[in-house]
Design a protein around this ligand. Structure first.
Ligand SMILES: Nc1ncnc2c1ncn2[C@@H]1O[C@H](COP(=O)(O)OP(=O)(O)O)[C@@H](O)[C@H]1O
Ligand SMILES: [Mg+2]
Length: 242
């Protein structure tokens, strides 16, 4: 077990006018090497949930246990990037973990290559990159720290087909190397095609938690639609991704 949530609830602004219960009684067990997709419409609590995995948020009640280093790729790369150049940005994690500049540079180059970023971008200011490239730079920054658990918030949002396809292939590859991969999305096709486990959030409640293969049966249509999601459909994108 690498991640365990026991009856986790999270309340923002408790006791204030803005009090909001974002998670209610979440139970979750993630095993090493799992690939888990967390689905739900906007505001259902997805980001709140994953911020508990690496301790960015603490539960208001209940308990979270995580084993190993969890690297989080934020929904908006602007929240993650900060250095004047891409390479410095990606080297920051390894340097912070005590690596020499040479080792950090090597780790950064490897991570950037895996993320699919070409060397011509290394000395660019990350904030001048396109949305898709910013995402790749932010992803590389997390990969450079070699996390045992990789958590990605809406990883394909804003990416074109090609970039989405290569990102999903990379996630699949990392997962086959033993990295536990957790991604947040509201695209059910992604969940079905790339993740073995699925958690569906509806207004902060886990309304489905189990194997993806079992999730998309006719009997679950109502809960999926109630959660504001669509049953996955066969489409051309899927074909292109294969
Ligand atoms: N910092 C915050 N303060 C108050 N409410 C918040 C905060 N962050 C999120 N929320 C509220 O908590 C709920 C869940 O938000 P979030 O976890 O971001 O959902 P999702 O990622 O699924 O869109 C929403 O109603 C949102 O408005
Ligand atoms: Mg979110």
């Amino acid at each position: 077990m690498v991640i365990r949530f026991d009856n986790v609830s999270h309340i923002y602004g408790p006791g204030t006018l803005f009090e909001k219960k974002a998670l209610s009684g979440i139970n979750l067990c993630v095993e090493k090497g799992d690939s888990l997709c967390i689905c739900g419409k906007t505001g259902s609590g997805k980001t709140t949930l994953i911020k508990h995995i690496n301790g960015l948020l603490k539960p208001s009640s209940g308990e979270v246990k995580t084993e190993g280093f969890a690297g989080l790729v934020f929904q908006f790369p602007e929240d993650q990037l900060f250095a004047p150049t891409v390479i410095e940005d990606v080297m920051f994690g390894p340097l912070n973990m005590g690596k020499s500049r040479g080792e950090a540079r090597a780790a950064a180059e490897e991570a950037l290559a895996r993320a699919g970023m070409e060397s011509q971008f290394y000395d660019r200011n990350p904030f001048t990159l396109s949305g898709g490239q910013k995402r790749l730079a932010a992803l590389a920054g997390v990969l450079a720290m070699k996390p045992q658990i990789l958590v990605l918030d809406e990883p394909t949002a804003g990416l074109d087909f090609r970039s989405s396809a290569s990102l999903l292939k990379l996630l699949h590859h990392l997962n086959s190397e033993g990295v536990t991969v957790i991604a947040v999305t509201h695209e059910m096709n992604l969940a079905r095609d790339y993740f073995s486990k699925l958690l569906i959030l509806d207004s902060g409640h886990a309304v489905w938690n189990g194997n993806t293969a079992d999730a998309f049966c006719a009997g679950n249509r109502e809960l999926i639609e109630h959660a504001g999601l669509e049953m996955p459909q066969d489409n051309e994108i899927e074909f292109l991704l294969r």
